[in-house]
Design a binder for this molecule. Sequence first.
Ligand code: PMP
Length: 412
Amino acid sequence: MSDAKDIKGNRLDPWLDNYAARAHGLRASETRSLFAVAARPEVVSLAGGMPNLKDLPLDALADATATMLRKDGGRALQYGNGQGLPALREKIPEIMALEGIDADPEDVIITTGSQQAVDIITELFIDPGDVILAEAPTYVGSLSIFATYQAEVQQVTIDADGVIPEALEERIVQLEREGRRIKFFYCLPNFHNPAGVTLSEERRPQVIDICRRHHILIVEDNPYGLLGFEGQTYTALKTLAPNDVVYLGSFSKIFAPGYRVGWAVAPAAVREKMKLASEAAILCPSSMSQYSIAMYLDGFDWRQQITDFRAMYRGRRDAMISALEEFMPECTWNVPDGGFYVWVGLPDGLDAKDMLPRAVTNLVAYVSGTAFYAGGRSGRDHMRLSFCYPEPVEIREGVRRLSEVISRDLEL
Ligand code: PMP
């Protein structure tokens, strides 16, 4: 927080000394502060990870919502149960079954997006200074939560096959030797945000084994798991170790983020604590949203909708990869086989964070790699490009504009 003053020398925020220590960890995320600029119609935004909703059947959803309200409005507009609407919790195992996960509705807790699930878990497990293990890079939104609770985030190297088990264990051993308290490993096994990679099947049991031996809980954040472009899915960490994993799912990418509905499946004792923490914070998740999603799962072909989303995102991924091949041969990138993101490595000496204002002036936006490292301590040599939202022609134009900026920076 800044101690800014007006021209008369008065503090702009007279409450600055009154904030709790944890409030000083709050920062505008690099993605959020870009949203306003990137939303200008002339800018091609390869920055935000907004799902593309253009193919949702809005008229049919409107009609079904009206019918639902006439029938169930008394309950949909009322407070609900802290753990979530039973009719929705009953349906969630059907979604998880598509990834081979066997879940009991009793172990499901509905949250306000998986973002709230990460928040509750961090609140429950972290005292200031406790260690959270995460991948390097990792999801920027979770880093913000971890900072709020004053965790120390230790990030472990990943490669094309996800987190490197040897690096994970080495870091754990080193931290234990220093007497640090490691509370959980926050892991994005499928179609990683921002790196686009997937943890290999071979490494999954190795990761479980390491965490088990060191008594470290795993938080498996999986909002993209059903968006494999060939319809492929992977063995969930939850399946391999039901009692050692808190699994997080979300409707944001397989339906729509505006409802703000996600879920967690946790070992019973943890789930109970999560329920209490959620009730303390929000009383209950939105009844209206939960009734709407239950209605959608009952009355619409949601499996087909997921298949359609996959095909749409695959086309956008293809557009981005061919544009990168055409315009940015001096960069490196991975070819993701699901999800929303490509992680682009810049030529030596270029700085993604410094370059961003020049990119926005050239009407293209991305997220600097620094956003995905705690304290922005690394990542200047990378940028995250999202292909989820723009049309394929816009993606091509965005990458072309970006290549102009990179070429100019290379000449500096
Ligand atoms: N985890 C990851 C990895 C994400 O990419 C996102 C959204 N971009 C979230 C969690 C939060 O999703 P939501 O709260 O909408 O479920």
